[in-house]
Structures are given as structure tokens and as C-alpha cells.
Design a protein around this ligand. Structure first.
Ligand code: AMP
Ligand code: MG
Length: 348
């Protein structure tokens, strides 16, 4: 199959919508990452997403709607909490997990009794979903396990020959996938952190829990609330190691890991906030965001992981970021990319 990658003009959006109506899969920009969409109400079309991504069938897809009114029919009813969250954060990077109605095929929900729903803020995404005539199921437009795409050329790297069309809407603003919030129980639980932070959710809901799988590997045999957390995820080809622990001890530890990798004939690189980047004595280092601007680290992470792969670096040695605000989402993705290979730096 030939894959066209075109600017997201109104004509191109209309062409993409026609493909969706015919049961095809197309890639499109959102404010979080690029999505790989199919009509959510068409199980055959939805299966095409799993084939294109190589995604396990039990990993559910998020259903994207063009306006808040399109959410309710996908659910068994919205309570006050759901309505308050929609009013506060939609359109935007918040996915709500709710009990699903019969309209949502099991292919979309990975066999679960719930559905994740989001109203994206990106104008191209909204125009496309509106023109598609039905909600659009869309995971991130990467091959399963790879870093999510934040530009159209990242999508092309993973999807060329697998889908007919990629709409290019420029780089994604948030750069990490949406926050996934389960509101089916008494206490809302963040299953995956994202651009709508825990602090923002608490300002509307009061108590908000964070699932144990967000910052730690799943215990074997434990109940999985967010199926996406089961897999090594967001990962470049290179090995990734994360250095946490006491801030003054981190640079020496990063240098020691770097030197050990070099001695083994590898080609290491350090990822550190720009204000630390000069502190590695001539070792290869990529400045990554800034301690004061975690949003920048969020929007750059996936593109950096892909670029360092292209440049042949391995291993990638990353300094941890503070896990407040969007930093929680950054650490969640980084730890998964590393397969939880963490080095705790201690001062001697
Ligand atoms: P992606 O669209 O590739 O960012 O992946 C969507 C992720 O959202 C999945 O991997 C799940 O972890 C999560 N998700 C989607 N729907 C549900 C649901 N019904 N229940 C729990 N988690 C969900
Ligand atoms: Mg994904």
C-alpha cells in the first residue's frame, strides 16, 4: 500500500474522512500525539488499527469525539463528576474511562466493560472526527512498543506501507498521550498521567488516586487496570537507564555509567536538563527541557528518543525529572521506555 503524507488542508481532511467512512485507517494530528484512527462503531475498521500497529487485541483504544454531546451515547450515563470534568478539561488531553454502552464494540474496549473517551483540542482532529460521521477510535500512531509520534514524519517512519494517508498538522503541542482517568469507582484513579495533571484534577474532584502501575513495574499476578501498562512501551531501540536519587550525586553517576558503556565499546549519550548539560566534561549530552519547564521536557521526549536512535546512540542515560505536575507523565513514559532500569544515585 502506498502511504500519502499530506498537509492537513480542508481538502485533505475531507479525503481522510471519506477513507474513514469506507472503513480505512488514517493518521491525524492531535494536541497530545499523532493518532491512528478508524470509525469506532465499525469493528472491521477497528481491527485494521490493531493490524497496522501490531497491537495486542486486549489493549483498548480511546474513542475520540468531535463534541461533548457525542460522549453520552457511548456510555451507560454520565454522572456529575463526569460532567464537571468534561466542562473543566474538554477539549483537551483528558480521557475519561466510563461504563460503556452497547454501541462500543468489544474490539475497541479490549473486551472490557468500560470505554475511554476524549474530546481532542486540535482543530484538525475535531474537523476530521466531525466529517467522519462517527466517533473515531485512535491509539497513538506508532508501531506497538515504540515511542509515540509527535510529528507526521515519525508516523511515516512507523506506518509507511501500512495505511493510505497521514495528515500532517505539524508538531504536537503536549507531546505525551492524554491523561487516562478511571471514574467508574468511588475514588477517581489516574491510570496514565498526561497533560491534565493530578493537581488540576484535584482542583475539580478533591481526592484523586494514582494507580500503582504509573511509577512502578506491575507485580506479577496483580490486577491490571490499564492494559497498556503491561507492555514495554514508548521505547527506542537503544537501552535506556534513568538516574534518580540525590541531585548532586546524579552527574557523577551519569558520568560513571557513561564511561563504563564507552569502555565496553558502546556509544552512550546523556539526557539532562539544559541547565545541567554543561556539567558532563565533554561527554555526549543532549539538553532535555529544563527543571523549571517540565512541559518542554514532555513535548521533546519522544522526538529525542527517536532522534538518538537514528544517530546510533546506545545506551541513553537520562536524568530523572521531578514527578510533580506534568513531570509525573514524563517520568511514567521515561521509566517504561527504560523498562524500569533505574540507578539510584547516593552521595558518598
Ligand atoms: P493509546 O491510545 O495508544 O495511547 O493507548 C490507550 C491506552 O489507554 C491503553 O493502553 C490503556 O492503557 C488506556 N485505556 C483505554 N481505554 C481504557 C479502558 N477502557 N480502561 C482502562 N484503560 C484504558
Ligand atoms: Mg500508544
Amino acid at each position: 500500500m502506498r502511504t500519502a503524507c499530506v498537509q492537513a488542508t480542508p481538502d485533505a481532511v475531507a479525503r481522510a474522512a471519506l477513507l474513514l467512512r469506507r472503513g480505512q485507517v488514517v493518521a491525524f494530528p492531535t494536541e497530545t500525539v499523532y493518532g491512528l484512527g478508524a470509525q469506532a462503531t465499525n469493528p472491521v475498521a477497528v481491527r485494521g488499527i490493531f493490524v497496522a500497529k501490531g497491537r495486542p487485541a486486549d489493549n483498548p483504544l480511546i474513542v475520540h469525539v468531535a463534541d461533548a454531546g457525542a460522549a453520552e451515547p457511548l456510555t451507560r450515563g454520565l454522572d456529575d463528576r463526569a460532567r464537571a470534568l468534561m466542562a473543566a478539561f474538554w477539549p483537551g488531553p483528558l480521557t475519561l474511562v466510563l461504563p460503556k454502552s452497547g454501541i462500543v464494540p468489544p474490539e475497541v474496549s479490549g473486551g472490557l466493560d468500560t470505554v475511554g473517551i476524549r474530546l481532542p483540542a486540535h482543530p484538525v482532529a475535531r474537523a476530521l472526527i466531525a466529517a467522519a460521521g462517527a466517533p473515531v477510535a485512535a491509539p497513538s500512531a506508532n508501531r506497538s512498543g515504540r515511542p509515540s509520534p509527535t510529528t507526521a514524519s515519525h508516523v511515516a517512519q512507523d506506518m509507511a506501507g501500512r495505511i493510505p494517508l497521514i495528515l500532517d498538522g505539524g508538531p504536537c503541542m503536549v507531546g505525551l498521550e492524554s491523561t487516562v482517568l478511571d471514574i467508574t469507582g468511588d475514588v477517581p484513579v489516574i491510570l496514565r498521567p498526561g497533560g491534565v495533571t493530578r493537581e488540576m484534577l484535584q482542583s475539580v474532584l478533591g481526592r484523586v488516586a494514582v494507580d500503582a502501575a504509573v511509577l512502578a513495574p506491575l507485580e506479577p499476578g496483580s490486577a491490571i487496570r490499564s492494559p497498556g501498562m503491561k507492555y514495554r512501551h514508548y521505547a527506542p531501540r537503544a537501552a535506556v537507564r534513568v538516574v534518580t536519587g540525590q541531585p548532586p550525586a546524579r552527574a557523577p553517576r551519569l558520568c560513571a555509567l557513561y564511561d563504563a558503556a564507552l569502555a565496553r565499546g558502546l556509544r552512550p549519550v546523556i539526557l539532562a536538563p539544559q541547565e545541567h548539560a554543561a556539567g558532563f566534561g565533554g561527554r555526549a549530552c543532549r539538553p532535555w527541557g529544563s527543571a523549571d519547564a517540565p512541559q518542554q521536557a514532555a513535548s521533546e521526549l519522544f522526538a529525542l528518543l527517536r532522534a538518538l536512535d537514528e544517530e546510533g546512540y546506545d545506551p541513553i542515560l537520562a536524568e530523572a525529572v521531578a514527578d510533580a505536575g506534568i513531570g509525573l507523565a514524563v517520568m511514567n513514559r521515561l521509566l517504561r521506555a527504560a523498562g524500569f532500569a533505574v540507578e539510584q544515585a547516593e552521595q558518598l
